[in-house]
Write a protein that binds this ligand. Structure first.
Ligand code: ADP
Ligand code: NI
Length: 215
């Protein structure tokens, strides 16, 4: 019965995000759902239906993608209601998708449910490693950011005010991507994040060596 619901939710999300060109496309959603399904296997207390539902819906209400987030939240709630989710489950999903983003946790850390911690880990894993490198380049290109500026010292102090001020794509690794491994909630995600972060550190080192003609 879950399976049918997930297919209906996937279709709804695909229609919502279809045209996104900033790295929040449906392929990102699919990867986050798969990572979340993987992590939940090692977290027996977590409710898989809440995890998968929130993973599908986590970007649909993002203020970067929709103007009226309150209206979009209502729409998501009524979609879930139509699919016979209980009020309690709808509340659990909404709590996750309204609080899990990196930017909304910059100022105050929000205590997510175990289901929310899993979806947050899955979303953050998809921002690092080879996929993370590709998404950062794609995002930077979309907004016209330069790749790198060796005169600029890496800026790592990221607060809410500065988060949307674009620096360089390489700087994004210092302001966010290298930090994510330490912020993972679950043991499975921590292990995956360490591998992916080592790969990114190699990449940035190699990038700088080539930039400066060292090899
Ligand atoms: P969140 O939803 O957690 O706030 P974002 O929407 O900012 O995350 O990030 C979406 C994707 O775009 C991620 O892969 C992220 O690393 C990348 N990204 C965000 N900001 C930048 C930036 N200034 N330069 C390069 N990539 C970025
Ligand atoms: Ni996401």
């Amino acid at each position: 019965m879950f399976m049918n619901n997930w297919a209906a939710i996937a279709e709804y999300v695909q229609n919502q995000l279809g045209a996104d060109k900033t790295g929040h496309d449906f392929a990102h959603i699919q990867r986050v759902v798969n990572l979340a399904k993987n992590i939940v296997k090692s977290e027996p207390t977590a409710d898989e239906n809440i995890v998968v539902t929130a993973a599908y819906l986590h970007d649909v209400i993002d203020d970067k993608l929709v103007d009226d987030t309150a209206a979009k939240q209502k729409e998501v709630q009524s979609q879930l209601h139509k699919l016979d989710y209980t009020s309690k489950d709808i509340a659990a999903v909404m709590d996750i998708i309204t609080h899990m983003s990196f930017s909304s946790n910059l100022k105050h850390h929000y205590s997510l449910s175990i289901e929310g911690q899993i979806v947050q880990d899955a979303d953050r894993l998809d921002a690092i490693g080879a996929i993370g490198i590709a998404r950062a380049m794609y995002f930077g290109g979309h907004f016209g950011d330069v790749l790198y500026d060796p005169k600029q010292a890496p800026r790592t102090d990221l607060d809410k005010k500065h988060y949307r001020q674009h620096t360089t794509v390489i700087n994004h690794f210092y302001e966010k991507l290298f930090k994510l491994a330490d912020l993972m909630n679950t043991p499975v995600a921590k292990r995956l994040a360490q591998q992916r972060t080592a790969y990114m550190r190699n990449f940035v080192q190699e990038f700088k060596d080539e930039w400066h003609g060292h090899h």
